[in-house]
Design a protein. Structure first.
Length: 196
């Protein structure tokens, strides 16, 4: 017959549970903007922010390699408007916004607007399946080590996915959407930056 647990064992268990809860809390988004019913991702709440030219920060330098093996550098797109979307395949709002992003990409590609995706979780197979399902033709870069996300610190919450940035011709963030992009809002943001 097993003996009763000692006071030391009980205190150790409580301490371990407390530490586990503390560590779990440290890994969550402090904005508490979890999607309803799906704890597999943290989503922004759709907040859209436009930044007047005089208030924009320093130019970003975003570099990476696309799933197709092409080198990407935001420096090579200075003079263009760059739309950067952070996503991953199993994120429900990413699936919701994907067809709209592709449509907007097609509408604006002849106006000096370049789209690039940053995938924070997926290997090439799931990313390719997502792109095929939603007809995505613009490139994406995998970011398994969060190096690209680190270069976006202060612009994109590290675990708020999806997020979309509109970057002006000088490489500065001109607008951002935290959460699924509303197509009309994103078009208005792009129009404003294209017109500058």
């Amino acid at each position: 017959m097993p003996g009763r647990p000692t006071r030391r064992a009980l205190l150790g268990g409580v301490g371990g549970l407390s530490a586990a809860l503390l560590l779990a809390a440290c890994g969550t988004d402090t904005s508490d903007r979890y999607s309803s019913g799906d704890s597999g991702y943290v989503s922004g709440n759709g907040v859209a922010t436009e930044i007047p030219p005089a208030d924009r920060g320093e130019p970003l330098e975003v570099v990476g390699t696309t799933y197709d093996g092409e080198e990407f550098s935001s420096l090579e797109h200075r003079g263009e408007v760059l739309v950067l979307n952070v996503w991953y395949a199993s994120c429900p709002p990413c699936r919701e916004e994907a067809p709209h992003l592709q449509a907007i990409h097609e509408e604006y590609q002849d106006q000096g607007v370049f789209f690039i995706g940053v995938n924070v979780r997926d290997s090439a197979g799931p990313a390719a399946a997502f792109e095929e399902t939603y007809g995505i033709t613009y490139p994406s870069m995998p970011d398994p080590d969060a190096e690209i996300m680190y270069s976006l610190r202060g612009q994109v919450a590290p675990n708020a996915v999806p997020s979309t940035l509109v970057i002006d011709r000088q490489g500065r963030v001109a607008a951002r959407i935290s959460g699924a992009a509303d197509p009309s809002v994103l078009r208005a943001m792009i129009d404003a930056v294209v017109a500058e």
